[in-house]
Design a protein around this ligand. Structure first.
Ligand code: FE2
Length: 286
């Protein structure tokens, strides 16, 4: 397993087409303050022409990670082998350091619902998802990362906490974890659990990437909108995550209400500073 890959460290941003002029023209493909970019896999699978040229021009200067939204690893349809073949072609082209998707289901009967839908936290689901992840990893010839999604409903059938569910799947499938700190915060608020219990419960050695993002607070619930800067409570939780996990490659996701590139780079500096402070605390405590 694990054929070619750059080693990944430092701080990245989600690559957004709005920022292409800033990255390619103003910075000639080498923007300071960003160590790597994450692309949404589906935006580039079997895409040619200018989008592909721009992508590969940026790839010349930066490590990249690939983040998917259509694997539907928790779904009950058979794995979509056409999708996986396209994903593999993109992996061969981009040579990403990491490949991730979400711990959720996104469709049924061949229909993609374009939403990250929640799974019941049961042993039956653990077995189902772990077996599918193992098959995907065999097919791609590398580990994948699964990301904790934010949720708004829970199932009466739940048999375990979300962190036990994530851990059990990762151990059984031998896969890695993309820990979205904002999603932990959102789900903890929506379901009334302790975000710190979540952090304490996940296997540190399997966490290879962290996502940070903003959300919309609606009073008695939170929606994971990715359209705001990272808010203070998520920064605070991120600090606690780094104290527990040590250095983990971290990126900011911004999908809507996208600010100028330089503004996101400044926000990323905040992540750097916070991570450094948390690592000092971690060292002092050891
Ligand atoms: Fe995320």
């Amino acid at each position: 397993m694990e054929p070619r890959r750059d080693s990944l460290s430092g701080f990245g941003l989600g690559l957004r087409t709005q920022h292409y002029p800033a990255i390619l023209e103003e910075h000639d493909g080498r923007a300071e303050g960003v160590d790597w970019f994450e692309i949404i896999s589906e935006n580039y699978i079997d895409v040619g022409g200018a989008p592909r040229r721009n992508l590969m021009r940026i790839r010349e200067h930066y490590p990249m990670v690939m983040h998917g939204v259509s694997l539907s690893i928790g779904g009950t349809d058979p794995l979509d082998m056409d999708y996986l073949a396209g994903l593999k072609r993109l992996i061969d082209m981009v040579e990403p350091a990491l490949v991730s998707d979400h711990l959720c289901w996104t469709g049924v009967h061949g229909i993609n619902l374009h939403d990250l839908l929640p799974l019941p936290f049961t042993l039956e689901t653990v077995r189902h998802v772990a077996e599918r992840i193992a098959r995907v990893q065999d097919y791609l010839g590398r580990h994948i990362l699964i990301e904790n999604a934010s949720t708004y409903t829970a199932f009466a059938a739940d048999e375990m906490s979300e962190w036990e569910f994530v851990t059990e799947i990762a151990e059984r499938a031998d896969c890695h974890i993309l820990l979205d700190v904002n999603n932990i915060y959102v789900s903890a608020f929506n379901h009334g659990f302790q975000a710190l219990d979540y952090l304490a419960g996940v296997p540190a050695g399997r966490i290879k990437q962290i996502h940070l993002a903003g959300h919309s607070h609606e009073g008695d619930y939170i929606i994971d909108t990715h359209d705001h800067p990272v808010p203070d409570p998520v920064w605070e939780l991120y600090g606690r995550a780094i104290e527990r996990l040590g250095p983990v490659p971290t990126m900011i996701e911004r999908d809507d209400n996208i600010p100028p590139f330089e503004e996101l780079v400044r926000e990323l500096q905040q992540a750097r500073a916070l991570s450094e402070a948390a690592l000092h605390k971690r060292e002092a405590a050891q």
